[in-house]
Design a protein around this ligand. Sequence first.
Ligand code: SAH
Ligand code: SF4
Length: 370
Amino acid sequence: MRFQPSKPSIYGETLTSLTELLREWGEPGFRARQILDWLYRKRVTTFEEMANLPVKLRARLEGHFCLLPNTRLLVKQANDITEKLLLQQEDQRLIETVLISYPQKGVGQEDSRRTICVSSQVGCAYGCKFCASGLAGWKRDLSAAEIVAQYLHIIRLEEGRGRADPQSEVVPFDNVVYMGMGEPLANCDAVLRSIHILNADWGLRFGARRITVSTSGLVPEIRRLAEDPIQFRLAISLHGATNEVRQQIMPINRKYPLEELLPAAEYFAQKHGRMLTLEFILIEQVNDTFEQATELAKIARRLHAHVNLIPYNKVEGLPWIRPGLGRQKAFAKVLADENVSFTIRKEKGHDIDAACGQLRLKTEAELLVD
Ligand code: SAH
Ligand code: SF4
């Protein structure tokens, strides 16, 4: 379910859909590329600026579409490398987009590697027991335009700071992860459309290998994604290496247990020819045992997957505990001994997954005083 805006945003259109619409309007098809060029290369903020379009067409576009469907309310510095943009949708709903700038060794801030973590829904219906985003439940899906607009807001922010060249066709970020609020595969059409727009030569021309979609494991949709020609990456939120442990913290495991999830993941990896990532939040006494590490190693080897160990980040109101360094290391050693490729996040708040995983529905007032 999506919100019906008063006017659709033009950022939800693709080359095909826009060409069709223009044909209906009796306009030549080549106008579509001209319009997309204004949106994604020249990045105008009004239809008025689309100088090579007839005045009448500009007026018609203006009457039919809006440009960005959401407004930036504020930018919050979460720590030295993480910023959160608070965006308000037309129906007043709030979402956050995270920008993480990892400094590169020996170079300045302008040269840091930037990752954007986008939200795909307002809230989340899946209710994982460790996750802030799921706490208040699902409110609604975002449209493709509301997702694409998150990139445009980051571009504008960076341009405004002189960290991106408005004349340049290159976008000021290096990686995009669909790890913000929401379950991307529960909003599959809009997410795939936004990826298409992000990747297309008429869109933001962003490389597919730098795009990662993270899912809690919706099996039919993983299989559907596998058929998509765009070669983006997939991360699976595993968080439990046996059904018993996984379903304790991820209710979705009852619907799609490991014996269904793992073959679907395998299928995706084969079709896309890319290494999968398995995300595994370490929670003390829940999934950080030797047995879990051993089972995880087996799964990772079977799927030829990279494991991303994420020490649990405290969410207010939830009872879980982050294991101490000793336990984290012991867990990691089991993976190392089994020659599993893995990374372990060390510094609190300095990792993408935690920064994204901490997104939660708050009231506007709460967010403004944060
Ligand atoms: N719904 C999708 C994408 C959003 S959540 C999914 O579940 O994959 C993305 C990631 O946020 C999770 O996999 C997890 O890695 C991270 N996350 C959520 N809660 C967290 C917490 N309390 N501590 C650390 N990481 C967390
Ligand atoms: Fe939803 Fe992902 Fe959070 Fe689970 S981890 S509640 S699927 S956002």
